[in-house]
Design a protein. Structure first.
Length: 711
C-alpha cells in the first residue's frame, strides 16, 4: 500500500492526481523525484497496467533512479520492468525501431553520438568548396554542429536552412548541413536530434501511427520540463493527443539550457497549451538552510517572467554566507584552497565540498592551487565512458561487423591499429566509392578483386541491408602495404561478423578480435606510462563487462545491434565511478541536479556571472556552453548555484583580472549585490594573508633573534 501520508500536502496533491494535465512547479530540493515515483506507484495501485505508464527524463541516471525508487515502493520486479521509464532519446529510438518499416528505415541503422556527429561535420567541411583540412582549421566544428542541431529541433530541413547570410558560420552551416545529412543517410545513421525529430515527423504525417502511440500510454509524465525544446514539446503533445493525461514536473527558475535549444516558455505557458491544467507548487525545501534559501529567493525574484514561488525550509538559519574578496584570481584560488584545507581539518570530508564556476577557463588556476595544497579533487562533466577512444574503437569494429554501411565506424578502424592504409589511400577509396554510388566497404572489397578470395569474405559482409550482393568497385591499382592492410582489415572484420552470425558469444568473439588486432599491445606502446596503459586496458575490460551483461540475457545478433544503439545514448560520466573522497570541481551548468554540504561559487563578477557573451552577444560568433540568451538566464544560473549548497555557501570574487596583457578592474556581479547584506559576512583575502604570518617564519625569526642574543 502506497502511503501518501508521508508526503507534505502539495506533494500529496500532485502524487494522487488522476487524469488531465498537471504542472508541478518543483522548487530546488523540494522532493520532485519522490512525487513522480509515488504517483507511478499510486497509479499502479489503482489498477492502471504498467504498460500504460510512460515517464520521460533527460538522463539515464535519472531514469535508473526513478525505476529503482518505484521498485522499492511496489516491490514487484515484473511490474517495474513493464513500465516505460527512459530518456527522450531512448523513447525516440524505441519509436524508430518499432516503426522502422513505416519510416522506410534499414534494419541495421545506427545512432551517431556527439563525437560521431563531429566526425561527420569535419568530413562534410572537407568537401564543401573543396576546402580539405583547411575547413577544419578555419571553422569551429562544434559551433556548426550546434547550429545544425538547433535547426533540426526547429524542424528546419537541410535544404531550407539559411540562417543569417552575413554570419560566416551560418553561411558555412547552410552548405555543411545538406552534406552532413547525406552522409548520415548513406551510412544508415541517425543523430541524437533525429531521434526526436523523425518520430514527430511520422506522427504528423501518419495519423494511424500517432493514435497507436497515444493510445499505448494513458498516463505520461515528464521530468525537468523546463529543459524541453520545441521538438520534445511536439512529441509530448502527440503522446497525449487522445487523452491529455499529462503530468510535467519542473522549475522555470532552473531553466539554464536555452543555448542548446531548451525553451523556458514551454513551462511558463503550460496552462495555455494544455487548457484546464492544474498547477501545484512545491516550495518546501529539504536541502538548504534558511539563510541560503533567503539569498536564492532574493536573487531570483528579480526575474520578471516566472511562476511566482518562494522556497522555505524547516531547517535552522544555519551558518552565515561568506563573501570573500581577493585582489587577483590567483589570490582567490589560493584562499579557496586554504579554506578547503581548513574545512577538512575541521572534520569535513573532501567529497562534501564543491567549487563551482561559470566558465571552464576558471578551473585551471583552482586546480593548480589544489594540487599545491595536496587536496584530492575531481572535475565533473568529464568524458563519458563510451566516448573514450579505446572503447569507441572496439565498438566501431562491432558496428562495422553488423553494418558495413556504417562508414564513420569503418573510417575509425580502417587504419587502427596501424596497418599501412594511409589518408591518401582512404581518400582514393572514398572517391572511387562515391563515383559508383557505392559504399566504402564495397571499395575495400574491390581491392581484393585481383587477389585470391579469403574464405567466406564476399558473403559474410554485404553492403546491402537485406543481405544481397553489394556493388564491387574496381580498385586494382592499390598495392603493397596498403593492399595488405586492407586484406587484413577485411579478414578480422569478416571473422568477427562470422562469429556473431554463427551464434558465438559476443564476448568471446570480441576477445578474439582484440587478440587478432593486438589492441592491448598497441595501447601499451601508445600510452605515456604503464599506469596510463592499464587504465585504457581497464576501460576495454569494462566494455567487455558490459557486453557480458548483454550476453547473459541470451539475446542474438539483432538484439546486439540494438544494444550498441543504446550504448550510444549512455550518459554516464567518469564521476559516476570515482573511488575515494575528492573535492568536486564543476561548472554551474554541470552542477544542476547535484547538492553538497559546502559550496564555493567563484568569480562573482560582471562579465563572468553574468557572462560577457550575455552582456555583449556580439563579442563572439561561436555558439557554445558559455553562450547565454539574456540576463534572466544568467540569474537563473546563479540561483541554481546558490541552491546546490546545503549548509555553507561561499561567494568569492577578484578585484582585478588580466585581460590582453594588462590588469583590468572588476565589478562585483549584480547578482551578488542583490543579496541582502545581513545574510553574509565579508572577508578580505589580502588582509587575512597579511595577518597570518606563517608559523615557520615566526619561529625562524625568534630563533635568529635568540642566536644573536647568545652571541
Amino acid at each position: 500500500m502506497v502511503d501518501l501520508s508521508k508526503l507534505n500536502p502539495p506533494q500529496r496533491e500532485a502524487a494522487s492526481h488522476g487524469g488531465g494535465p498537471l504542472l508541478v512547479l518543483a522548487g530546488a530540493g523540494s522532493g520532485k523525484t519522490r512525487v513522480i515515483t509515488t504517483r507511478i506507484a499510486h497509479l499502479l495501485e489503482q489498477g492502471i497496467p504498467p504498460q500504460a505508464i510512460c515517464a520521460v527524463t533527460f538522463t539515464n541516471k535519472a531514469a535508473e533512479e526513478m525505476r529503482e525508487r518505484v521498485g522499492s515502493l511496489v516491490r514487484n520486479k515484473e511490474v517495474t520492468r513493464a513500465l516505460t521509464i527512459g530518456t527522450f532519446h531512448a523513447l525516440g529510438l524505441m519509436i524508430l525501431r518499432t516503426e522502422r518499416k513505416a519510416l522506410g528505415l534499414p534494419r541495421g541503422f545506427v545512432i551517431y553520438d556527439q563525437s560521431d556527429q563531429m566526425g561527420a561535420v569535419r568530413e562534410a567541411l572537407r568537401h564543401v568548396r573543396n576546402m580539405g583540412r583547411d575547413g577544419e582549421r578555419r571553422f569551429d566544428v562544434k559551433s556548426i554542429l550546434t547550429r545544425i542541431s538547433l535547426a533540426k529541433n526547429s524542424f528546419i530541413g537541410a535544404n531550407e536552412y539559411t540562417g543569417n547570410p552575413a554570419d560566416e558560420y551560418d553561411a558555412m552551416t547552410s552548405e555543411v548541413y545538406p552534406k552532413y545529412q547525406e552522409m548520415l543517410r548513406a551510412c544508415a545513421a541517425f543523430d541524437f536530434d533525429d531521434l526526436i525529430v523523425e518520430p514527430v515527423r511520422l506522427f504528423e504525417t501518419d495519423a494511424g501511427v500517432r493514435e497507436r502511440w497515444s493510445s499505448k500510454y494513458h498516463y505520461v509524465m515528464v521530468d525537468e520540463f523546463q529543459d524541453t525544446n520545441a521538438a520534445q514539446l511536439r512529441m509530448v503533445k502527440h503522446f497525449v493527443s487522445l487523452h491529455q493525461n499529462l503530468v510535467v514536473v519542473g522549475d522555470d527558475d532552473q531553466s539554464i539550457y536555452s543555448w542548446r535549444g531548451a525553451d523556458p516558455t514551454n513551462i511558463l505557458r503550460f496552462d495555455e497549451m494544455f487548457p484546464g491544467a492544474k498547477i501545484v507548487k512545491l516550495e518546501q525545501n529539504y536541502r538548504s538552510t534558511k539563510r541560503i534559501l533567503s539569498a536564492a529567493n532574493t536573487v531570483i525574484a528579480n526575474n520578471k517572467q516566472r511562476h511566482g514561488k518562494s522556497l522555505w525550509s524547516q531547517h535552522a538559519d544555519g551558518e552565515i554566507i561568506t563573501h570573500a574578496v581577493a585582489a587577483t584570481p590567483e589570490d582567490e584560488a589560493k584562499w579557496v584552497a586554504r579554506e578547503i584545507h581548513q574545512l577538512h581539518q575541521d572534520g569535513r570530508s573532501w567529497d562534501s565540498i564543491a567549487v563551482m564556476y561559470r566558465s571552464n577557463l576558471q578551473a585551471k588556476i583552482v586546480e593548480e592551487e589544489l594540487r599545491t595544497a595536496s587536496i584530492p579533487y575531481v572535475m565533473y562533466g568529464g568524458q563519458q565512458f563510451f566516448e573514450r577512444k579505446e572503447v569507441k574503437d572496439v565498438l566501431a569494429y562491432l558496428r562495422v561487423a553488423l553494418n558495413p554501411k556504417d562508414e564513420l565506424a569503418l573510417r575509425r578502424i580502417i587504419n587502427y591499429p596501424a596497418r599501412g592504409i594511409g589518408a591518401t589511400t582512404v581518400e582514393r577509396l572514398v572517391l572511387a566509392a562515391q563515383a559508383k554510388h557505392a559504399t566504402l566497404w564495397d571499395a575495400l572489397k574491390g581491392v581484393l578483386k585481383s587477389s585470391a578470395s579469403l574464405p567466406g569474405l564476399e558473403t559474410t559482409l554485404s553492403s546491402d541491408d537485406e543481405g544481397g550482393p553489394g556493388t564491387t568497385v574496381e580498385m586494382g591499382d592499390i598495392r603493397g602495404a596498403a593492399k595488405n592492410g586492407i586484406i587484413e582489415l577485411i579478414h578480422v572484420v569478416s571473422e568477427l561478423a562470422s562469429a556473431i552470425e554463427s551464434g558465438t558469444d559476443v564476448v568471446t568473439a570480441t576477445k578474439t578480435l582484440l587478440e587478432d588486432i593486438k589492441l592491448y599491445d598497441d595501447l601499451r606502446m601508445a600510452s605515456g606510462s604503464m599506469a596510463a596503459a592499464q587504465r585504457r586496458i581497464d576501460n576495454v575490460e569494462g566494455l567487455l563487462g558490459s557486453l557480458q551483461r548483454f550476453s547473459d540475457k541470451g539475446k542474438g545478433k539483432e538484439h546486439l545491434a540494438e544494444h550498441l544503439r543504446m550504448l550510444s545514448l549512455d550518459t554516464s560520466k567518469d564521476e559516476d565511478n570515482i573511488p575515494g573522497e575528492k573535492v568536486v570541481l564543476c561548472t554551474l551548468h554541470g552542477a544542476k541536479g547535484l547538492e553538497f554540504p559546502v559550496c564555493f561559487m567563484i568569480g562573482l563578477e560582471e562579465e563572468l556571472l553574468p557572462h560577457i557573451r550575455t552582456l555583449q552577444p556580439q563579442a563572439t560568433d561561436v555558439l557554445d556552453a558559455d553562450h547565454a540568451t539574456d540576463i534572466s538566464e544568467e540569474r537563473r544560473l546563479c540561483y541554481v548555484g546558490i541552491t546546490r549548497a546545503q549548509k555553507k555557501l561561499y561567494l568569492t570574487r577578484a578585484c582585478t583580472r588580466v585581460s590582453r596583457g594588462r590588469s583590468v578592474p572588476r565589478t562585483p556581479s549584480r547578482f551578488l549585490l542583490e543579496i541582502p547584506e545581513e545574510l553574509y559576512e565579508v572577508r578580505d583575502v589580502g588582509e587575512e594573508a597579511r595577518a597570518k604570518v606563517p608559523e615557520a617564519e615566526v619561529a625562524s625569526f625568534f630563533g635568529s633573534l635568540a642566536s644573536l642574543l647568545d652571541d
